[in-house]
Write a new protein. Structure first.
Ligand code: GLA
Length: 382
């Protein structure tokens, strides 16, 4: 059976020997453009997608959190609510739900004992934010258990806090925001400084195809933190709070003072923010060739100035170009994960198959599939 909320409910039933009382779903996300700018107050344009994480839960009389996942193999953990802490190695998957429950408790939302079973249709480690989906699905269970319903923005901030403190990843707000605030048929133009967002309709004739490279290079997390630090140095040297407040002219003028590496990091961020603005305008005006060109420029900047791409992602973008797909770029943190391409809606399945085949001919075993912009995390009626 393809994973769905019902499969999480079925897992719960066979695990706990009774029916679940609470059910929730949370999507993954793609990002059309606006990469590595969220932690500098930039603009991003992600969309929640029709693949996600599902959670089924029941209350427990004892004050413990019992968790089970059936994706990536069946695994279980149990921790007293008053002693929630980070877990290592084999149990590290549990840090996402543990972190969310801990952050809600800290914010004064007491859940009581819970058993939660998770299932997913979203591939893990593919750059589609399975961690944010995991967090948001947990948050929806916690909110139902507490009888509250936080605005998506507040939920996103609690989920981000869980990722920082329990998963140990100093991520920006984009992923948690997109999976909580997503709207069907829309991307979200999020201003990561004000946390305001504008739902942006996707043209009907356009489809999104994801190509999962299947690789995740080990340096990904360490390099992410280094990029953040480089941006902070750049902002400090430029005398701004974050790079959103710097102009390209100021960055160009400060090249020598910044030094070559920091200069290039800053140039990526300020130009990517402008590309995101231009991309949203191009989408609204149905200027698809302009949008595609901006995606190509985004990839080049991430590869050359920000240095977060890798051989496999560059090859996939090149292959898309050879197939006549103009809108293609790496997506997410980089060093592996997925690329995103825009293709004519009527040809989505055929283009995905062609991308897979062309990659295989170059010795790359990838998985390509169309995705649809979907709604954000939500409770599911039982
Ligand atoms: C990861 C992070 C996001 C964002 C992207 C890069 O997905 O979780 O906050 O920084 O990388 O755009």
């Amino acid at each position: 059976m393809t994973a769905a909320p019902e499969s999480a409910a079925a897992s719960f039933r066979s695990w706990q020997g009774r029916n679940a009382e609470l059910l929730a779903t949370a999507p993954g996300r793609i990002n059309l453009i606006g990469e590595h700018v969220d932690y500098q107050g930039g603009l991003v344009l992600p969309a929640a997608i029709n693949l996600g994480v599902f959670a089924a839960a029941g209350r427990l009389a004892e004050p413990v959190l019992r968790l089970q996942t059936s994706f990536a193999g069946v695994s279980e953990v149990e921790i007293p609510l008053d002693a929630l802490h980070r877990l290592e190695a084999a149990d590290s998957w549990a840090n996402y739900p543990l972190g969310v429950v801990a952050c809600y408790r800290q914010a004064g939302h007491e859940t009581g004992g819970l058993a939660i079973a998770f299932d997913a249709s979203l591939p893990a480690g593919a750059g589609l934010s399975s961690s944010a989906a995991f967090e948001a699905a947990t948050a929806m269970i916690v909110e139902q258990a507490c009888g509250i319903s936080l605005p998506p923005r507040e939920r996103a901030l609690l989920c981000q806090q869980a990722e920082h403190t329990f998963a140990g990843v100093p991520c920006g707000i984009m992923d948690q925001f997109a999976v909580n605030a997503g709207q069907a048929g829309h991307a979200l133009l999020i201003d990561c400084q004000s946390l305001e967002f504008v739902p942006t309709p996707l043209p009907a004739g356009l489809a999104m195809v994801v190509v999962d490279s299947g690789v995740k290079h080990a340096l990904a997390d360490g390099e992410y933190a280094k990029r953040r630090a480089d941006c902070e140095t750049a902002a400090q040297l430029l005398g701004v709070g974050c790079l959103r407040d710097a102009t390209l002219a100021a960055v160009l003028a400060a090249r020598e003072a910044l030094g070559e590496r920091i200069f290039r990091r800053a140039r990526h961020v300020v130009t990517e923010i402008e590309r995101t603005r231009a991309f949203a305008a191009a989408l609204a005006g149905d200027e698809l060739a302009t949008a595609a060109g901006l995606m190509a420029a985004s990839h080049a900047s991430l590869r050359d100035d920000y240095e977060v791409s890798c051989e496999e992602l560059d090859a996939l973008v090149e292959i898309a170009g050879e197939l006549g797909i103009a809108g293609a770029r790496m997506m997410g943190g980089g060093f592996g994960g997925s690329t995103i391409q825009l293709v004519p809606a009527a040809r989505a399945a055929e283009r995905a198959a062609a991308l897979e085949q062309a990659a295989a001919a170059r010795g790359l075993r990838v998985s390509a599939f169309p995705v649809i912009a979907a709604a954000g995390a939500a409770p599911v009626a039982l």
